[in-house]
Design a protein around this ligand. Structure first.
Ligand SMILES: Cc1cc2nc3c(=O)[nH]c(=O)nc-3n(C[C@H](O)[C@H](O)[C@H](O)COP(=O)(O)OP(=O)(O)OC[C@H]3O[C@@H](n4cnc5c(N)ncnc54)[C@H](O)[C@@H]3O)c2cc1C
Length: 505
């Protein structure tokens, strides 16, 4: 297999004579970031997106005047976005406005206590002292640990290409020193004693599909990166960020085609040759960047005879991250007491995680994330109204639930609990818009294997070199970006995955 994206001699084509042609399958954040980087390198770059709008998990729904971001809402590490604009010689500010959120989140406990998680060190320590004054010192030690992890895992490794096992061997001593074999929860618990605070500082892997009881403690860096760069929101919603980046790509001369589903990546003598759309159209390419679900890209788009490593069997044996159940809803009144981001923790923590990730059952209780974007940008709902989404982590489709049958009742239980906890009083009396997205929709609308919201579970044995590589091990000229490859899910991760390609460009 060749070690660079150095394209083969271009077949003659009147439109692209001499140009190197890149096709990016999918317009998630990873795909758009890769397309911008390829365009900056001079590739004739086309994004082929199967849906009618770009963004992937960051799709936008509109209903009755409400504008709902489907997925990502918390923007951390904004410099990875600025870097993309700079590659094009532009300023991000000319495409989208990003504002800080304060507090980052309000965490609501079952017993009525709340914890405001903010970037201000004094306020944060005062919140910790409210729960247990003795834990302030432990928290400082945890922060120092998270900073060390960040320096290694993000600064050095997030955009590092793990295409050879030696890359993994080289970093192993650092990972051992950082106790990467321990879970986030175990590591946090070694610094912090209060059970509620242990939840506050360990829940973050859930934001990228990880079980805090199992995700490697390297994910403790999420805390450090939030503290250092803050939590941000794009005015107009994450959809405005997607549109801004697509406009940036088009201003660079890139092309995006919507409603263009790729059915096959065609391989000739072990090298990508072209992609074939469901319409039958063939688009020739020197390099193909796959941004869709990695398991399904290998399983469905590449014929088995071209796959020595990523066979169906091997893919089926991987561990897949949980899914999510999301209710987008709007009310005809506002709720000014709410912050933009709330976490609502239920009565159980470790047991509930076991239900979701191991036993794969839909429990009677839940822990929720409540998004209230109209607290920051009222233009996302009609005047006097509030727009929300609430999400509940649930098992992926391996749990066997019939989501079509249970979704209405489950959504109603979630909305009732938001009323009961006085988070959104009289919610159902004021409800004027409601849309539901289930694990089944992740499968049908995003072609996500097992309906996972985040692809492979972020555990140590599925990270870095152990994840499907950014440069395909099976097909020359094929590369992967997005949540299913290194470094993994979440906006900073998938945008960094596009930077990994620089090692091969
Ligand atoms: C509800 C939810 C909330 C989240 N919240 C946050 C958050 O607040 N902050 C954060 O950082 N992260 C968050 N995440 C995680 C983050 O959204 C994802 O990790 C990230 O957006 C995934 O990007 P991606 O590049 O992997 O592409 P995806 O978003 O998965 O997009 C892949 C694209 O490929 C397209 N595609 C697939 N197959 C084909 C094909 N055959 N032909 C053409 N097109 C195809 C799909 O239609 C899709 O548009 C959240 C995720 C979810 C689901």
């Amino acid at each position: 297999m060749s070690s660079s994206i150095a394209p083969r001699p271009t077949r003659s084509s009147p439109d692209h004579a001499g140009a190197r042609r890149a096709v990016v399958i999918g317009s998630g954040f990873g795909g758009i970031a890769a397309a911008i980087r390829l365009r900056a390198k001079g590739y004739d770059t086309t994004i082929l997106e199967m849906r009618d709008k770009p963004g992937g998990r960051a799709y936008v729904y509109e209903d009755n005047g409400f504008v709902y971001d489907a997925g990502p809402t918390i923007i951390t590490v904004p410099f990875v976005l600025h870097e993309l604009a700079e590659l094009a010689g532009k300023r991000l500010e000319d495409y989208v406005t990003i504002v800080p959120c304060d507090p980052y989140y309000r965490i609501n406990f079952h017993d009525g206590r709340t914890f405001d998680y903010s970037g201000d060190p004094e306020l944060l320590e005062a919140e910790i002292a409210k729960f247990n004054p003795d834990d302030v010192a432990g928290y400082r030690r945890f922060l120092a640990y998270a900073a060390k992890v960040f320096d290694k895992a993000f600064t050095e490794l997030a955009d590092h290409s793990f295409h050879s096992v030696w890359e993994m061997v080289k970093v192993a001593p650092d990972l051992i020193r950082l106790r990467a074999e321990q879970s986030v929860f175990k590591r946090v618990s070694s610094f912090i004693k209060d059970p509620a605070l242990r939840q506050v500082f360990s829940f973050e892997p859930l934001l990228i599909g990880g079980n805090p009881l199992r995700s490697s403690s390297i994910y403790a860096m999420i805390h450090y990166l939030e503290k250092t760069w803050g939590v941000h929101f794009a005015m107009g919603g994450t959809g405005a960020l997607v549109r801004g980046l697509v406009r940036l790509f088009e201003d660079m001369g890139g092309k995006i085609r919507l409603n263009a589903r790729v059915e096959e990546i065609e391989v000739e003598h072990g090298h990508v040759r072209s992609v074939r759309l469901v319409s039958g159209e063939r688009v020739e390419a020197d390099v193909v960047i796959a941004n869709g679900d990695v398991a399904n890209t290998y399983r469905k788009l590449i014929r088995p005879e071209h796959r020595r490593k990523w066979t169906d069997r091997r893919l089926e044996r991987m561990r897949y991250a949980m899914s999510l159940f999301v209710v987008y809803f709007g009310t005809n009144r506002t709720y000014p007491h709410l912050p933009h981001h709330s976490i609502v923790l239920g009565p159980r923590y470790e047991d509930l995680l076991g239900d979701i990730f191991d036993r794969k059952i839909v429990a009677d209780d839940f822990s929720l994330y409540l998004h209230a974007p109209t607290r920051t940008d009222s233009s996302l709902a009609p005047p006097g109204c509030e727009g929300f989404y609430v999400l509940s982590p649930v098992p992926h489709l391996g749990g066997g639930q019939d989501w079509d049958a249970i979704k209405e009742a489950y959504a109603d239980r979630i909305l009732a609990s938001l009323e009961k906890d006085h988070l959104v009083p009289d919610l159902r009396k004021h409800l004027v818009s409601k849309l539901i997205f289930t694990p089944k929709d992740f499968e049908t609308q995003l072609d996500a294997y097992l309906g996972s919201a985040f692809q492979f579970e972020p555990i140590l044995t599925q990270s870095a070199w152990f994840r499907p590589h950014n440069r395909s091990e099976d097909v020359d000229g094929l590369y992967f970006v997005g949540a299913g490859t290194h470094p993994g899910a979440g906006l900073p991760g998938v945008i960094s995955s596009a930077k990994v390609l620089e090692a091969f460009l």
